[in-house]
Structure formats: C-alpha cells, structure tokens
Design a protein around this ligand. Structure first.
Ligand SMILES: [Zn+2]
Length: 110
C-alpha cells in the first residue's frame, strides 16, 4: 500500500509531488494524468502508473512511478527465513558481484 511514510523512508520529498484532486469513483483525473508521462518519483524515468497518497501537511499528492519502481515498492509476503539471514545473503551477493551501483535496503525493521 502506498503511504506517505513509505515515500518518506525512500527519501521522496512530499512537498515536491504535484497536488492531486480528491479521489473520484472512476478516478478520471488519474486517467487524464497518465496521458503525460511524468518522471518517476523514485528514479526519474518516464512513469507508467499513477497513484495518489494522502500526505499529512501536504494534502493529496500524485505519485508517478515507472513499472520497475512500482514492483520494487510493492509489499510482498514475509520470507520463511529470518530477515538478517536474507540480508546476509544479499550483502554477500553484492560483494561477489562487485556491484558499483549504490544498494539501498529498506525494511520495516529499525
Ligand atoms: Zn522508477
């Protein structure tokens, strides 16, 4: 579920998001917004989906995302393995692959 807290945890500035109108049952404003491919709020690539979030202090804001970022931000079921074990495997894979791109791991754990 798209929430203001999720966007903040990803470093997205809620004030920079375009104001969105109130939700309507057929969401016509959302369909209209898709006619222009706004930059994805996460990576800047052309967006393919549009959503909106109620941002405390900012009102309802558009959240334009590319498909890749939509998938990355979609919550999934919990792993059968403990989170630390999963993160250790991921860190090891990053080291072995000698990735030079920054890797940001976001979890709901402190
Ligand atoms: Zn993106």
């Amino acid at each position: 579920m798209l929430t203001a807290d999720l966007l903040i945890s990803l470093g997205i500035d809620l004030a920079a998001l375009d104001p969105a109108p109130q939700w309507t049952p057929r969401d016509v404003p959302g369909l209209e917004r898709l006619k222009v491919r706004h930059p994805c709020v996460c990576c800047g690539q052309p967006s393919t989906v549009v959503g909106a979030v109620e941002a405390p202090g900012f009102g309802r804001r558009w959240v334009d995302r590319c498909t890749r970022c939509l998938v990355a931000m979609t919550p999934r079921g919990r792993s059968a393995a403990p989170l630390e074990d999963t993160l250790d495997v991921l860190r090891k894979a990053v080291r072995e692959a000698e990735l030079t791109i920054p890797l940001k791991i976001v979890t709901d754990k402190a």
